[in-house]
Design a protein around this ligand. Structure first.
Ligand SMILES: Nc1nc2c(ncn2[C@@H]2O[C@H](COP(=O)(O)OP(=O)(O)O)[C@@H](O)[C@H]2O)c(=O)[nH]1
Ligand SMILES: [Mg+2]
Length: 217
């Protein structure tokens, strides 16, 4: 089969008009790269200034939603969990109704809602959000996967509105060369932004929080 992982699958949904509803930011990336930790960081950093809520996507459980509820970063009423079944990719790309329903429940519950952060279940480098679900998307990879990951490409790395290279505190332990990783990332992405961070060193993800603020103006 002639499968090219750098070419995104077709998007069957149109971008939605943004007036009169909360802005939606999708956070995708491989399992374990730090998506839930980033969501928690953004809730801490932005929760007091932005009326926000979160949708998590998990394959069989509500683990990410449970983690966020336990972490106490957001009122539990502001967290909705979607269970995606075997293919987490489908729920953010092809059949997005469960996610749109979750967003709608949050908007009904909080009429002034300004931002919904949607965390994908995450499978691999090919998972990206439909533009019908996310207005803007962040792709999170980590250094533990090795410094080759950005140059492997895939639509998440090449097309996401923001690429986050997370866990840079671990770079020296896994022998990942940050210069190689960031220069490859910039080469693959052209003008699109790249942020490197460690949620251990900067638990409130200040640079990503600033990027989110700019999305909302
Ligand atoms: N050392 C280090 N660990 C991190 C960082 N960010 C997240 N983690 C840890 O990585 C693991 C996976 O994170 P999680 O947010 O659950 O990943 P997800 O599967 O992408 O949602 C957790 O144990 C986090 O505490 C980081 O910047 N540095
Ligand atoms: Mg997660």
């Amino acid at each position: 089969m002639n499968f090219d992982p750098t070419v995104p699958e077709p998007d069957h949904h149109e971008a939605q008009p943004k007036q009169g509803r909360a802005f939606r930011i999708g956070i995708g990336g491989p399992v374990g790269s730090g998506k839930t930790a980033l969501v928690a960081a953004l809730c801490r950093a932005l929760g007091d200034e932005i009326d926000l809520a979160v949708v998590t996507n998990d394959i069989y459980t509500t683990e990410d939603a449970d983690f966020l509820r336990r972490a106490g970063v957001l009122d539990v009423e502001r967290i909705e969990a979607v269970q995606t079944g075997a293919c987490p990719h489908t729920a953010i790309r092809d059949d997005i109704t469960a996610n749109l329903d979750a967003v709608e429940r949050l908007e009904e519950r909080f009429p002034g809602l300004e931002l919904v952060i949607i965390e994908s279940g995450g499978d691999n480098l090919t998972a990206v959000f439909s533009r019908g679900l996310a207005d803007s998307q962040v792709f999170v990879i980590d250094v533990a996967g090795g410094d080759k990951v950005p140059r492997k490409g895939g639509p998440g790395v090449t097309t996401a509105d923001l690429l986050v290279i997370n866990k840079i505190d671990l770079a020296h332990l896994v022998g990942a060369d940050m210069d190689v990783m960031t220069s490859d990332a910039h080469r693959m992405r052209g003008e699109l932004p790249v942020i490197t961070q460690s949620l251990v060193d900067t638990p409130d993800a200040p640079e990503v929080a600033d990027w989110v603020r700019k999305q909302l103006v």
